[in-house]
Design a protein around this ligand. Structure first.
Ligand SMILES: Cc1cc2nc3c(=O)[nH]c(=O)nc-3n(C[C@H](O)[C@H](O)[C@H](O)COP(=O)(O)OP(=O)(O)OC[C@H]3O[C@@H](n4cnc5c(N)ncnc54)[C@H](O)[C@@H]3O)c2cc1C
Length: 541
């Protein structure tokens, strides 16, 4: 790590740690976050940014090429300036000693380093490199398997997905079966399924790298297809019985069973513990099981899916909250359109109607209504032992989903960077390619720098999860940061396209609307910040 980056990152880390310590005292060890939401959000974001800066700095130290070093320093400098300004504005909330600030972010050496690191000439140099390489992502990934996986996923995504991505988006089509089949053959639906159950057991880093490449081609008709089986796989691995793992994991891994995740309801989103959809114990044709009744919302891919992982209330006592919830594997027929009705021989029904959305098209997201829809007892994950454990299992699945969404976000941002680098190299105004202008280069430099931080942070979170499956803070932080980067980078890219960035035939307009959904699902941004990250950080001693 360059001494410049080292000095800045070290100073930010010291200040963030002290601010978190003060935050713990202020929120009574995280118990009173709701009385200090605004500051808790600030702390969660600052801690996330410093972790991203550390990940990028570690990468740059390993590579020690000029562009990586410049990026690491510039990003560290930017978050340091932001933090310093935030502390000065919200001095009483941070509750830091003036001496601490003076010896860190206010120290003359650190201030000098922050200024130098963010000098526009450095960012313009990064931008010039982005233009030269057309934004290509050829960064080093440690591990031969990950690098091979990236190459083959890139080849597949560019050859098979990219040519149809625009059509699917503009005509709101369902992802074609040919893509599902090809992804199944490549083993993409079983990346996290253990080999003993027919999966690839590839681990999280490889999964992220593949997700990124698929999402660069299309968020909804490639990159996001893997998220649903990932979530169900993690829940089954954690809480399923041996018989359930043997029954469901092999066909999920083989891509024979497409999966939907059904947690959200029309009146229940972030407050997952308040889910109301009911599952009542009963019996049909001599088979003991559960009758599901109620409404669900935003169930992506629910039409085409063959099974839904559905969170329902098995204990009617609402006061039990999360403890009354169980997770089910709910089989259904596959339907191709925007609405469907499924009737069981015993009379149970499931209706689905897709909600129109500006982006994230290709899988359709459905509002569902269940009326005494029957599932046998062994479809409750964990069976008798899993009753009341659905919330915890779902959260385990979400942690994996969030990590994957970090990869999805990097993929969308990568697509925006590449197309913008190409466009600004070719588009001429005032007699020159717009990429020749200083401001364009500066903007491209910042876009690439933030994307590099998001990518290295997501990879670091994947490695952390490979080492310990139960980590949830790192994937949540990576998701938070990478999704914001995707939103910002796509919008910057759109501006650099001028009016053509608003035209549907330019892919950047799709990237913008696709990116906007990323901070919404798997914990909408404020909830992720407060209920997962701030709680995780401030609850720690
Ligand atoms: C395209 C798309 C696809 C989706 N796919 C799926 C899917 O496949 N399966 C699934 O189950 N769900 C899915 N979702 C749903 C998604 O996970 C939810 O939208 C998300 O969890 C937020 O819930 P909500 O929409 O009910 O928002 P709400 O919970 O109503 O939150 C709205 C806002 O209220 C504020 N807020 C709420 N509570 C608090 C609080 N305690 N403190 C401070 N502020 C608060 C925040 O600003 C928050 O952003 C999808 C959503 C979309 C848009």
């Amino acid at each position: 790590m360059s001494t410049e980056t080292h000095g800045i990152v070290g100073a930010v880390r010291t200040v963030v740690d002290a601010a978190l310590e003060a935050g713990r005292a202020r929120t009574n060890g995280g118990k009173a976050i709701d009385e200090h939401q605004v500051h808790a959000e600030r702390l969660a974001y600052a801690a996330t940014e410093v972790a991203a800066a550390e990940a990028l700095a570690a990468y740059a130290a390993e590579r020690s090429d000029a562009t990586s070093e410049r990026m690491a320093a510039a990003f560290a400098g930017e978050i340091a300036s932001k933090l310093r300004s935030s502390i000065e504005t919200h001095w009483d909330d941070f509750g830091l000693e003036p001496a601490l600030l003076a010896s860190t972010l206010g120290h003359p050496d650190v201030v000098r380093a922050m200024r130098a690191a963010q000098h526009e000439s450095r960012l313009r140099e990064i931008g010039a490199e982005v233009l030269r390489t057309r934004g290509a992502n050829n960064g080093f990934i440690d591990g031969d398997m990950a690098e091979m996986a990236r190459d083959s996923a890139r080849q597949f995504a560019r050859k098979e997905v990219s040519p149809i991505a625009e059509r699917i988006h503009r005509h709101d089509e369902l992802v074609p079966e040919s893509i599902l089949r090809a992804m199944a053959e490549l083993g993409y639906f079983g990346m996290s399924v253990p080999e003993a159950y027919g999966g690839q057991g590839m681990g999280n880093l490889v999964m992220i790298v593949i997700t990124e490449e698929l999402s660069t081609a299309s968020l909804a008709s490639a990159g996001s297809l893997i998220t649903r089986p990932e979530i169900l796989t993690k829940a089954l691995c954690k809480g399923g019985t041996e018989a359930q793992k043997q029954r469901w994991l092999p066909p999920v891994a083989a891509g024979e069973l497409m999966v939907g995740i059904s947690v959200t309801e029309p009146d229940t989103g972030s407050d997952v513990a308040s889910v109301r959809c009911r599952a009542e114990r009963g019996e049909q044709g001599g088979t003991p099981g559960w009758f599901i009744s109620g409404a669900k919302a935003w169930c992506t891919f629910a039409g085409r899916a063959n099974v839904l992982a559905l969170l329902a209330r098995t204990n009617p006592d609402l006061a039990l909250g999360a403890k009354g919830l169980s997770l089910f594997v709910v089989p259904k027929d596959a339907f191709p359109g925007h609405d469907f009705e499924m009737r069981q021989p015993g009379g149970g029904t499931m209706h689905g109607k897709a909600d129109a959305t500006p982006g994230y098209r290709g899988m359709h997201s459905f509002t569902l209504t269940f009326d005494r829809y029957f599932v046998p007892a062994d479809h409750l994950i964990g069976e008798a032992a899993g009753e009341g454990k659905g919330f915890a299992l779902q959260m385990q699945g979400f942690a994996a989903g969030r990590l994957q969404t970090g990869g999805r976000a990097c993929g969308v941002a990568q697509a925006a960077l590449e197309t913008t680098a190409t466009y600004t190299s070719e588009r001429k105004q005032f007699g020159r390619p717009i990429g020749d202008f200083q401001l364009t280069q500066y903007k491209l430099g910042r876009m690439a720098t933030h994307l590099a931080a998001a990518r290295q942070f997501t990879y670091a979170a994947a490695r952390a999860m490979d080492a310990d499956e139960s980590v949830s803070l790192e994937p949540s932080m990576a998701k938070l940061f990478a999704c914001d980067v995707a939103v910002w980078v796509t919008q910057e890219g759109q501006l650099l396209h001028g009016g053509w960035g608003y035209a549907e035939e330019f892919a950047i307009s799709r990237y913008v609307v696709d990116a906007q959904v990323l901070p919404i699902f798997e914990g909408v941004k404020p909830i992720l910040e407060l209920k997962v990250i701030a709680r995780g950080l401030l609850g720690r001693s």
